[in-house]
Design a protein around this ligand. Structure first.
Ligand SMILES: NC(=O)c1ccc[n+]([C@@H]2O[C@H](COP(=O)([O-])OP(=O)(O)OC[C@H]3O[C@@H](n4cnc5c(N)ncnc54)[C@H](OP(=O)(O)O)[C@@H]3O)[C@@H](O)[C@H]2O)c1
Length: 301
């Protein structure tokens, strides 16, 4: 009962590897050096070779600002790869979970975005991710598109590491205060994705299909998130850095971003029992793990 995961050293792929005890079968991981996606035949070959029973696509071009000037690569990763996976999975009649993003929305809605809201991406990343969703929906009947947001955890470089780096350097930094979203704990997200995949493989009548929004329970701005990170880090002995609140316009990133990226997770919670702990609990756990690793590295020097 092997699941093929696309992505190996990325944040979510690492969390999926960490959660593998949740899945009773085998899992194999394909990073950029293991598969080129140059042809559909290559994807067919990989899935047949491992007798895959399901595929999770955790690979993507995720550099939101760089995507603005690297449309071609973003398009290959976020559109062509999902399309080839969808076609290959459909041929084998196996389920595909394709991971997507809150950035398919423009952020203009008053209130949370549910699965029926119309996407309208503001940037190249969001546009290519939306096209990837559309291709998956078109080619793979047995597919689930899981839109996620603001993934954090100890496994990879993310917003928490950025704040901790600033704290270590005792550097002042600016954080946008007008973008709101739901931080989502990667290790828990990975467990839930594996549970959803097991349901899909079991072929139960009510197994998930279509689009599903999965995110943590707390709504906050990036600035509020940064403050919580710095406060928690200080309790683990990190120096206290200060961050300044700026507007998105003042920050001036290359890519436009939705001001409201809040996903409505009612369906995930009500239909599939998906739940996350409070942000503060997983934040403490994350910073504790990062601080522990840092202490080990210092001792080994
Ligand atoms: N991080 C977030 O806050 C966030 C928010 C919303 C949605 N998402 C979505 O969540 C998913 C996972 O994101 P992430 O944060 O884990 O991304 P990430 O850390 O940037 O990892 C990207 C993954 O893509 C893989 N990849 C890159 N080029 C590849 C190629 N040519 N062939 C095969 N694989 C390739 C990488 O492979 P290697 O393992 O070889 O490096 C890596 O595993 C993505 O779909 C993303 O759009 C993420």
């Amino acid at each position: 009962m092997t699941i093929v995961v696309i992505g190996k050293s990325g944040q979510l792929a690492t969390d999926l590897a960490g959660a593998r005890a949740q899945y009773s079968g085998d899992m194999v991981f394909f990073g950029r050096n293991d598969i080129s996606f140059a042809s559909l035949a290559e994807v067919d070959d990989v899935l047949h070779r491992f007798a895959a029973k399901g595929v999770i696509n955790a690979a993507a071009y995720t550099s939101v600002d760089q995507a603005e000037s690297n449309h071609e690569q973003a398009s290959f990763l976020n559109e062509v790869i999902p399309e080839r996976l969808a076609i290959a999975c459909e041929k084998m009649k196996i389920p595909l979970i394709h991971v997507s993003t809150d950035q398919v929305f423009d952020g203009a809605k008053h209130g949370m975005y549910n699965e029926n809201d119309t996407p309208n991406p503001l940037n190249v990343y969001g546009m290519t991710k939306l096209r990837g969703e559309e291709r998956v929906g078109k080619y793979a009947e047995e597919s689930l598109i899981v839109r996620v947001s603001w993934i954090f955890g100890p496994s990879a470089r993310n917003f928490i590491h950025l704040c901790l780096d600033a704290a270590r350097r005792q550097a002042d930094f600016s954080v946008v205060c007008d973008q709101i979203g739901k931080p989502t704990y990667g290790p828990r997200l990975a467990e839930e994705l594996l549970r959803l995949m097991a349901l899909m493989i079991s072929g139960e009548k009510n197994s998930p299909r279509g689009i599903l929004h999965v995110a943590g329970p707390n709504i906050m701005s990036r600035y509020e998130q940064a403050e919580k990170i710095l406060d928690t880090a200080a309790t683990f002995g990190f120096p206290k850095a200060s961050c300044a609140a700026v507007t998105t316009a003042e920050f001036g990133a290359a890519a436009r971003r939705p001001l409201n990226a809040v996903l409505d997770t009612t369906k995930a919670e009500g239909t599939f029992g998906i739940s996350f702990r409070d942000f503060s609990v997983d934040l403490r756990h994350t910073i504790g793990q990062i601080a522990g690793l840092q202490a080990v590295r210092t001792e080994m020097k």
